[in-house]
Design a protein around this ligand. Structure first.
Ligand code: MPY
Length: 308
């Protein structure tokens, strides 16, 4: 473990979002492990573990992600992905993008000082609830569209939008995390694809069209897949790997009839084979399905009960 499990851990595990600490980014330029009290483990991924942590002097609560250099060196260029993740994520500031406050390393490990997302992993909420009600799905997609617009304006393409890479903040807002697959467009690095195919757009599974890999329209396709999965509870092309490949290449999906026609309309305008024909993010944010669920006045207007 990182440090002796002691009152530190208890203190942190009892962590409440105490308002006495203003959410101000950690400022020192040089960080080191001794600056942090380590709390309970929050999660673990293929290459790392993440712990609740508190910076000793300021009391600032954060999440400390630990990556072992030995594990990274084995991976195919994973170390470069971590370097890119740090380079990209530390320059981003948006309410729906998990902040990276800083990083440091010792002989064996790399440490990322990340924003603490108090309600954990979105995919666990999705699995527990099976699927989200339309109003919740629409609010999440509106937040994703806002975060993606911010990223694309900075010529960053995420390329790995899926529920597993989204966290939920203490106020229920979502936070895009894990920029391991993101790139600054245009980019001529070679990348191999690993993990689920479900979210990949046709241009990333068709051989030869690598230049399309660096067109931000790939994130629009994944936003469509995410909308579908929030509403239906499973991905639109979920099947055996071979069949998933085929169905993505043909945009072959059926949307259950109980999905509202507005939601169906948005999904159909994002899951379009031709990247240039996918609905731009500005239009997503103005789509009737989003407006209906996300604009306060609208909700009041739609309220069934007469106002008291
Ligand atoms: C190393 C782990 C990893 C690998 C790959 C990708 C990612 C990003 C999703 C990550 N996680 C990551 O980087 N993370 C950065 C993070 C982070 C993860 C995090 N919070 C949590 O993981 C978390 C989990 C459960 C939780 N509770 C569950 C039970 N509830 C009753 C109360 C709330 C509350 C918070 N905050 N910043």
């Amino acid at each position: 473990s990182l440090s002796s499990r002691s009152s530190d851990e208890l203190a942190l595990s009892e962590h409440t979002s105490s308002s006495s600490y203003v959410d101000q980014p950690l400022t020192p330029k040089q960080f080191h492990l001794g600056m942090f009290e380590i709390g309970r483990p929050l999660g673990k991924g293929k290459f790392g573990r993440v712990y609740l942590a508190r910076e000793r002097t300021s009391g600032f609560i954060c999440a400390l992600k630990v990556l072992y250099k030995s594990e990274l060196q084995q991976g195919s260029g994973v170390e470069k992905q971590v370097r890119r993740e740090i380079e990209i994520q530390s320059n981003l500031r948006h309410p729906n993008i998990l902040k990276l406050y800083g990083h440091f390393h010792d002989a064996k490990r790399i440490f990322l000082i990340l924003e603490f997302a108090g309600k954990g992993e979105l995919y666990k909420h999705l699995r527990r609830e099976n699927r989200f009600p339309e109003w919740k799905a629409a609010q999440y997609i509106a937040q994703m569209a806002s975060a993606l617009r911010y990223l694309h304006r900075k010529h960053v393409i995420h390329r790995d939008i899926k529920p597993e890479n989204i966290l939920v903040g203490i106020h229920g807002e979502i936070k895009i995390s894990d920029f391991g697959w993101s790139v600054h467009a245009p980019n001529n690095r070679r990348n191999t694809i690993c993990g689920t195919l479900d979210y990949l757009p046709p241009e990333m599974i068709k051989p030869g069209s690598r230049d399309n890999w660096y067109n931000e329209k790939v994130d629009l396709w994944s936003l469509g897949v995410l909308t579908y999965e929030f509403l239906v509870g499973e991905a639109p092309f979920e099947d055996t790997p071979v069949m998933t490949h085929k169905r993505i290449a043909r945009a072959d999906m059926t949307i259950p009839e109980w999905v509202s026609k507005e939601a169906k309309d948005l999904i159909k305008k994002l899951l379009v084979l031709d990247p240039e024909k996918r609905l731009p993010l500005e239009e997503v944010q103005k789509h009737p399905w989003i407006i209906k669920h996300c604009v306060k006045g609208e909700r009041a207007a739609n309220r069934e009960k007469p106002l008291k």
